[in-house]
Ligand binder design. Structure first.
Ligand code: PEP
Ligand code: MN
Length: 331
């Protein structure tokens, strides 16, 4: 159950109530209490001091449709996704920032095409310790330079909580990777900022667990959470992961959060990315995340799945048509 407390309640009183009713407390214009979901009615003092009460079905509470029946609006610079916008945000760029030349080639190419959000990791969560781990802070500074020079919104990932503050400072959208979805240090820090957070689904997690991870950020006080389906592990080995499009429609139906789909990491091979990206857009989604690199063969991470610029250009033009067919617009 979610309880909006009366506006004139002091912080001390709100904290007292949170303790008494074993609730999570955050402030976002007003104090909000989230009780365990088995509590189905506000009683006694809580009833008297409540301005609004929302009874929820499960521990999908702040992200649930019982709380907010429409899709939340999230602003990324002057771009809006969710709400009534019917915008599909194209987020594109290489897997990692590798050098100034490489990231600038990508930034220049994308901005000329009309793409507004550049993605690239500076802190890479790699499977092997013997591969490129990212440029770290130097990579964030290069992304900052690209934002200044090309006016792009920067989407970049946080690998662990030791550098979370730096990523939060430099990013316009903080990406939490699939392998970090359960990192409570990161989730906690993401709840303490108001910057948009793109939370990727862990590849071995259920939809319930995925949305519960989002609840940690929401109940920390950050309402700007975007869910990202990026493929789950199944018995199939011919593709890297299996993009759970069924799951995406479930999230659309049952949560109030914007949803972004990532065909690149799901399939893991460039050959299938264009078809899969168009399928994602045909779903009517709030965004797609696609990896593209000036020279994919030489990429220091995720080389097999990144599109070259010609492939991306062709895909981008067809994306607009598919979006239009489902009454959405690529932004
Ligand atoms: C990425 O976006 O480059 C990435 C590492 O993604 P994921 O966390 O989904 O594997
Ligand atoms: Mn990648």
């Amino acid at each position: 159950m979610i309880v909006h407390l009366n506006k004139n309640i002091t912080k001390e009183k709100a904290q007292q109530l949170a303790e008494k009713y074993q609730s999570t407390l955050f402030e976002n214009g007003k104090f909000v209490l989230v009780t365990p979901s088995k509590v189905k009615a506000a009683e006694g003092e809580l009833k008297e001091l409540a301005e609004a009460v929302f009874v929820t079905d499960s521990d999908i509470q702040l992200a649930g449709k019982e709380y907010i029946s429409t899709r939340r609006e999230v602003k990324i610079g002057d771009i809006t996704i969710g709400g009534n916008s019917k915008n599909t945000l194209a987020i594109a760029g290489p897997c990692s920032v590798e050098s100034e030349e490489q990231i600038e080639a990508a930034a220049k190419f994308l901005v000329e095409l009309g793409v507004k959000a550049l993605r690239a990791g500076a802190f890479k969560p790699r499977t092997s310790p013997y591969t490129f781990q990212g440029l770290g802070l130097a990579g964030l500074k290069l992304l900052d330079k690209m934002r200044g020079k090309y006016g792009l919104q920067i989407v970049t990932e946080v690998r662990d909580s030791t550098h979370a503050d730096e990523v939060i400072e430099y990013a316009d959208v903080i990406q939490v990777g699939a392998k970090s979805m359960y990192d409570h240090g990161i989730l906690h820090k993401c709840g303490k900022t108001k910057k948009p957070v793109l939370l990727k689904r862990g590849f071995g997690t259920t939809l319930q667990e995925f949305v519960q991870a989002a609840e940690f950020i929401l109940s920390g006080g950050n309402p700007n959470v975007i869910l990202c389906e990026r493929g789950i592990r199944t018995f199939e080995t011919k593709t890297r992961f299996t993009l759970d499009l069924c799951g995406a429609t479930w999230l659309k139906e049952n949560t109030n959060l914007p949803i972004i789909l990532d065909p690149s990491h799901a399939i893991g091979y460039a050959f299938g990315v264009p078809d899969l990206a168009r399928a994602c857009i045909a779903l009517g989604t709030d965004g797609v995340l696609i990896e593209t690199h000036p020279n994919p063969k030489e990429a220091k991470s995720d080389a097999s799945q990144q599109l070259n610029f010609d492939e991306f250009r062709k895909l981008y033009s067809s994306m607009k048509k598919v979006a239009e067919a489902v009454d959405y617009k690529i932004v």
